[in-house]
Design a protein around this ligand. Structure first.
Ligand code: ATP
Length: 585
């Protein structure tokens, strides 16, 4: 039993639409008495007619009519109320889910396939809120119906009590079948997502060049075909198994039902029960399978819906845990940012080990290392996108986890190698770097190089970029980078400014120039706020400008110091520096 999930659902419905919820809570289980009332009514009508008893005939007709009226009117009321409740509570839940997904400060859930699967399943929760709630109520209704049916059958003859038992194997097999369907759904969801991702990659302008020049296009198409074939095989296997299981279950019950009718007919012939009892048993017995199907469907639907509610609770807890910090970041850094014993893993083997590092206030720090050595991961931890698996990060002595993530993010600016290509107007693509100051882009556009890009656009900064939101102008890789860099310049007083290879598409001279310009601009706010600039680059002309250089290898810090100190030490940094210098000679 998923008590927590059911309680959450009930609480949400009662909070947003108490009247409709109470009405459904009362009316739905009441539906359980209608089939029994109909069967009893029919028996009395037959017995009344055969014995000439007017009260029995009228009583039977009243019973059957009341049950019929309730089925018609009650079900309509339930349907309408459930629809309205779905609108009320479902909309609130959907809005909340979107807000949590959009504002969750950490990004671990977007880099892990299990979390992505959960998020994909949560997406439809709003629309399914009432379906799930009604399914839970239908389980209660069908359970009650079963009890009433058992009492009526036992009243005819105690042996008939075993009839519903013969429907149990059928029910269990149907449940097994629906579990298999559920498992197949989960198994195909991941392939479906991978297939969609491949389709997007194949049809995106960005990847078109590589796909056409290399053999990766054919490779991607082959993977998509394999995923589709695997998906179809899973669906076929499941459909066959599910069909076989439900057929066996149905056959068992049909044999038992025929036996029950035969027994009642014998009892009626020998005068032990009235002839009307045969109609009662036929009516109730004929409904057992259908009602048990309703029960198993209701169980399956509630299980699926409650799994979604479970995912919703997971997202809620994730959101609560990652936004638990409340402290505001300092106005200015006095000491700096310190990492102590920091380990990190993306779920597999650790990618950062025992990082002890102090980034002094007002300094420019460069991270150096081979591809995959952990530079971007370290940057992501400092931005608060991930939390360390062990160890602490403190800002002027305050743990980052205790800080309000939104507040910290407002004091961090960043430009990444995999920067976003926002399909907005050119000025907006820069301005979103600091939404409250969105219209003051001139300085940032100048410093980051976007001003040069604007000058070449047909409608200047009013030009729409990219093709995703209309027929905009497509930019070159370097031009997009200048837009991204300018966006990073929008925050005027950051405590941490990250430049993680945002200039990789520029040549070495242009990168040097950009960083020079950046360093000049940074001096002002570094003095004013004690802010730290964190550079990630593979180019030593840029790296050597930093006050502190940190060399990473396999997720560990192997050297740190100024350029001069590291050259004197003649270690890894000095060797890499010599290698690059000799390549330029
Ligand atoms: N989202 C992720 N999920 C799982 N593993 C990841 C993820 N991102 C990075 N890694 C792994 O973490 C390690 C460090 O990666 P990271 O991106 O931090 O390296 P890097 O030094 O920035 O590399 P580069 O110079 O190529 O940008 C690598 O082994 C990489 O495979």
């Amino acid at each position: 039993m998923r008590v927590v999930e059911i309680r959450t659902l009930l609480t949400e419905c009662l909070r947003h639409a108490p009247g409709k919820t109470w009405l459904l809570l009362i009316l739905t289980p009441l539906r359980a008495i209608t089939p029994g009332l109909t069967a009893l009514g029919l028996q009395w009508i037959v017995d009344g007619a055969l014995s000439g008893s007017r009260p029995l005939l009228i009583g039977g007709a009243l019973c059957a009519a009341t049950a019929g009226a309730f089925v018609l009117a009650g079900s309509r009321v339930i349907e309408v109320q459930a629809g309205l409740l779905g609108g009320d509570a479902g909309t609130v839940l959907d809005r909340r889910i979107i807000r949590w997904c959009a504002t969750l400060p950490t990004i671990a859930h977007l880099e892990d396939s299990e979390s992505l699967r959960r998020i994909e399943q949560i997406r439809g929760l709003g629309g399914r809120t009432v379906v799930t709630g009604m399914s839970v109520l239908n389980v209660v209704q069908s359970g009650l119906w079963l009890v009433i049916t058992a009492i009526l059958l036992a009243w005819v003859h105690p042996v008939l009590l075993v009839l519903p038992l013969f429907a149990v194997p059928s029910m269990l097999l149907t449940r097994t079948a629906s579990r298999r369907t559920e498992a197949a759904r989960a198994e195909t969801a991941e392939r479906n997502r991978a297939e969609q991702h491949l389709f997007t990659t194949i049809t995106e302008a960005n990847s078109a060049k590589e796909l056409r020049l290399g053999t990766s296009g054919a490779h991607a198409a082959a993977i998509a075909r394999r995923l589709r074939e695997e998906r179809t095989a899973i669906i076929w296997r499941t459909t066959l198994a599910v069909g076989g299981l439900t057929l066996i279950g149905s056959l068992v019950f049909v044999v038992a039902f025929i036996g029950a009718l035969f027994l009642t007919a014998q009892l009626a012939l020998s005068g032990v029960v009235s002839p009307g009892a045969l109609l009662l048993v036929a009516t109730l017995g004929g409904q057992i399978r259908g009602q048990l199907d309703l029960l198993t469907n209701a169980i399956t639907r509630s299980a699926r819906g409650l799994t979604m509610v479970g995912h919703y609770l997971w997202l809620r807890d994730l959101y609560a845990a990652s936004t638990s910090g409340t402290l505001s970041p300092p106005d200015r850094l006095r000491d700096g940012i310190a990492l102590s014993g920091v380990d990190f893993s993306y779920g597999g083997p650790p990618v950062l080990h025992g990082i002890d590092l102090r980034l002094p206030a007002g300094a420019t720090v460069a991270l150096v290392g081979d591809h995959g050595s952990g530079k971007t991961t370290l940057v992501k931890l400092l931005c608060g996108f991930h939390r360390p698996t062990a160890g602490t990060i403190t800002v002027d002595g305050t743990p980052l986890t205790e800080m309000d993530p939104a507040g910290w993010r407002e004091r961090v600016t960043s430009a990444f190698q995999d920067f976003s290509r926002f399909p907005f107007l050119a000025r907006e693509a820069v301005g979103v770097g600091d939404v409250p100051r969105m219209h003051e882009i001139a300085e940032a556009a100048e410093k980051g190089g976007a001003a040069q890009v604007f000058a070449r656009l047909p409608e200047g900064e009013e030009t729409r970029l990219g093709k995703a939101l209309g027929d905009g102008v497509e930019l070159s890789g370097g031009q997009w980078q200048k837009i991204a860099l300018s966006r990073a310049f929008m925050r005027s007083m950051p405590l941490l400014a990250v430049l993680d290879e945002p200039t990789a598409a520029l040549d070495a001279a242009s990168e040097y120039e950009v960083y020079q310009r950046y360093a000049e601009a940074a001096q002002e706010w570094q003095r004013a706020t004690g802010g730290i600039t964190l550079l990630v680059s593979h180019r030593f002309a840029t790296i050597r400008m930093a006050d502190l250089i940190v060399v990473l290898d396999g997720g560990r810090i192997i050297e740190s110091g100024t350029h001069a100190e590291l050259i004197d030490r003649a270690g890894r940094y000095a060797r890499l520096y010599d290698l690059q210098a000799s390549a330029y000679q």
